[in-house]
Write a protein that binds this ligand. Structure first.
Ligand code: ATP
Ligand code: MG
Length: 417
């Protein structure tokens, strides 16, 4: 992509309302534009990161036999009256009326809609287990939308739902989902913990959260220094760092976490209320056993920014970098430099590498400033070295900075990727 004709509206100064580094980079780097409080437009950079995260999520969920669907944002209130959640959910619920004065809910989550789909089609134990998921916009009228995409009122979530005839099958899918989440977060190179959690408004028996460790996290994670024990402080409000771990192994430590995912065993809460029954192998009617699984796609962007920035400069992990390689052309009036930059750019494109070429008529200093916000893990500076036939190549993932002969640059980068 040639930057001169692309759309990355970076800002010179940090926006005043951004209190944390990730939020500042998000706005200053031109990833998104705030349209209203907690409501954002994704610009090309933000959209690229989001699509890359989504692709990883899809691959991992498809691999555990979850099937992608797409449900409506607008949900008839009647479904929410059936589950009883219309009166329970509280002021986060956003609603609208159509021209006939019928109430619709702007989905904060989709248990009702999916239960309605499944109850009409799954009548026998033979059709289960079944797992379905979507990547969709969610609406929650958060009291305090903040930190950019961290807590939005309109945001993107992956939500999956499982339907089984037996508890063992739900347990198995729950475990598979947990592993899929772990694979996703591993590919994103995030440092996280899976912790036991309270189920909250969604309801159900057992649940676990995925917490990305970060100073700016709103949740407190307690974990043992020697065993696998890890929990949201909410579950054990009486415990604190330094106490003995409840599993009898080790001493508790405390860390702040950003909740990026939550998996639940729902039991039959929704299927009983909404009469989603199946016939078992004895010909008797039973309620379907459900699970639900949420992953905050847009919140992951913030968690990634927060963990991958140092003093406001970001380096994206390769898997989700909007561009893996950034070529900075120092002087657009120097024909030798222009030729060298064009050659490297063309060859990287041919090799299928996501490459951004800063060919703008700007000072090199300004280009560096923007490049620190765009965060490509590999940077090529085409400057004075061209006189000696070399380009400066930086690999931020390994902290390498080398001068390389122009003809070897593309191969070096391929080796780094
Ligand atoms: P929180 O405690 O942060 O409000 P939640 O428990 O309400 O989260 P869930 O209902 O479990 O969240 O939703 C699943 C996932 O969706 C969360 O783990 C989180 O990553 C994401 N998420 C929830 N609310 C928001 C929001 N307002 N903005 C962005 N992402 C969100
Ligand atoms: Mg919430």
């Amino acid at each position: 992509m040639k930057q001169a004709t692309y759309f990355i509206p970076t800002a010179k100064d940090a926006p005043k309302d951004a209190q944390i580094a990730s939020h500042r980079i998000l706005l200053q780097g031109g990833y998104v534009k705030q349209t209203a409080a907690g409501i954002y437009s994704y610009l090309p950079l933000g959209q690229r990161v989001m699509q890359k995260i989504e692709a990883i999520v899809r691959t991992e969920l498809n691999a555990i036999d979850a099937h992608e669907i797409f449900m409506p944002v607008l949900q008839p209130v009647e479904l929410w009256n059936e589950s009883g959640r219309f009166s329970e959910y509280g002021p986060e619920l956003m609603t609208m009326k159509d021209r006939h004065d019928r109430t619709f809910i702007l989905g904060p989550t989709h248990e009702e809609v999916i239960t309605d789909i499944v109850r009409d089609h799954i009548k026998s134990y033979k059709k289960m287990p079944l797992s379905l998921y979507q990547i969709q916009t969610k609406f929650r009228d958060e009291l305090r939308p903040r930190f950019g995409l961290m807590r939005g009122r309109e945001f993107t979530m992956m939500d999956a739902y499982s339907f089984t005839a037996k508890d063992e099958d739900t347990n198995k899918i729950y475990d598979n989902m947990g592993s899929a989440y772990a694979h996703i977060l591993d590919q994103l190179k995030l440092e996280y913990r899976m912790v036991s959690a309270i189920s909250g408004q969604i309801g159900g028996s057992e649940s676990a959260e995925f917490m990305v460790l970060s100073q700016i996290g709103e949740d407190t994670v307690l974990y043992s220094d020697t065993s696998d024990f890890a929990s949201n402080l909410e579950v054990y409000p009486e415990l604190k760092a330094g106490d003995k771990s409840p599993d009898g192994h080790g001493i508790l430590k405390e860390a702040k976490g950003i909740e990026v995912g939550h998996i639940f065993k729902l039991g039959t809460k929704y299927s009983v209320d909404m009469k989603a029954n199946f016939t078992n192998n004895k010909g008797e009617l039973e309620p379907i056993i459900m699970g639900c699984y949420g992953l905050g796609i847009s919140r992951l962007i913030m968690a990634l920014l927060e963990q991958n920035q140092v003093e406001g400069k970001v380096v994206w992990p390769l898997a989700v970098a909007p561009f893996k390689v950034h070529i900075l052309l120092a002087n657009i009036k120097n024909t030798e430099q222009v030729a060298a930059a064009n050659t490297v750019y063309a060859h990287l494109q041919e090799a299928g590498v996501d490459v951004l070429f800063d060919n703008r008529d700007e000072r090199l200093g300004a280009k560096f400033g923007d490049a620190d916000l765009i965060g490509s893990p590999i940077r090529v500076v085409v400057g004075k070295g061209v006189e000696n036939g070399v380009l400066e190549c930086l690999n931020f993932l390994t902290d390498k900075k080398v001068e390389i002969a122009i003809e070897n640059v593309v191969q070096t980068i391929k080796d780094w990727l």
